[in-house]
Design a protein around this ligand. Sequence first.
Ligand code: IMP
Ligand code: MG
Length: 473
Amino acid sequence: MPKNDLDSLWVRYIWKGVGVVVGSQWGDEGKGKFVSDLAQYNDIFVRSQGGPNSGHTVMVNGKKYAFHQVPSGAAFRKPSVMTAGMVVNPNLLYDEMQQVDDPSVVLIDSRIAVITRAHRALDGYGETNGTAIGTTRQGMGPAYESKANRRELITVRDLLDRQTLAEKVANYVHVHQAQLLEMGEIEKKTAEERARRELAPIEILSPANGIDEYCDSIVEELFGAGQKLAPHIAGDTSIMLQQFARSGKRILVEGAQGVLLDRDVGTVPYVTSSRTTAGATLADAGLSRYADRENGFWGVIKAYTTRVGGGPFPTELKNSTGELLRQKGLEFGTTTGRARRTGWFDAVATAYAIINGEILKGYLTKMDVLSAVKKPMICVAYEIDGKRTTQFPTDARVLERAIPVLEPAGRIERMNRRDIVNSGRKNGFNALPPNARAYIESVETLLRDLSGVPDFEISAVSIGPWKGQTVLK
Ligand code: IMP
Ligand code: MG
């Protein structure tokens, strides 16, 4: 089959102007795969929130890329812009850029907040003092706190000016020195355990090292990174992006994490520190007005559910079926390597994400993985305190008490990817075996009914990790 057949199929779904893709569960739904499939139709890629906590996997032409901060479009040598709403770890960012053939496509807004080693230490501190969330320990929360409180904010622009950088780092470390010192003591005690778990040691503030040395080493580290990143740092990327949009370029804004991890509408407090809905992600890119209302609002939905870190997870499987999903789906964190918690598809939670995340089109992933399970189930409602409900509780403590109401689905057939993809070019979802088709239909109908969004549809189904292993409706 010539490649163009697939191309002409996607054309039906491709947005005019700006599109956005977000995760519709607790992250790791396969946003990188979505970007791979759509890369050739887009001129520019944008990341507008989150930072090194994210992990997006792109598999194309025999090569596997792991992106954290850089938009996945960089794998396709397309302009990849990071806007002001993000927070970044500059050294990791530089390393990450080196995976791509042409790092010059990456552009970094100078207003982005910088994560320092002290932010990372304080993130770790939060995880040890009884308020654990199960964060990625990348310093996300403390860096977004600095952004919100403004007084302690260090931006990418500051990386280029050693004097300003030194003042701001010293300010931050002095304000937080008590916690940083305490963290140093905790770290010493847990050093052995960290080594056992193969976690990188955090360089810490201790009375022996002294504050000045600690600050100096942070400044050196960040200034060095700033020098390396300097050619990629741009003042105000919004002007450029809006000009691109006006001139008719097609843009994809890549969300990170998932709607259920959104700081405001997710399963608070077990969430990330940024907004993860389609609306917020677009707004953070400064591109809302150019969004395609009909075809531009995509949610990636995994055919089952995973979650990494703490917090309620009603359909979690703590048994051999859960382990099977983890092994077959390679459910281990791209950022932390942690084993992801696994469970059945949850229509109640995902419908909530469709409403709050402003999602209209669904891209269903990992259908092939589900075929490993003998008797797949779908959660269609919850029972909470003896009452049946299809309303997702906004209080995490109530969600903890939710017992999933499960309905069986037929065993998903093993699929020959090549044959199905080929047949799918002509036959759409009819190329899929009957139980897979029925599963997709159940998911779509449930999500439509429970969300009350009548025009929501599952428009594409991914049956493998590589670009193009996808069937369109
Ligand atoms: P943080 O974003 O590192 O502060 O972590 C907060 C919560 O969000 C933790 O449960 C993390 O595991 C989760 N989280 C953050 N980023 C991602 C992601 O990209 N995928 C999945 N979970 C994430
Ligand atoms: Mg991920």
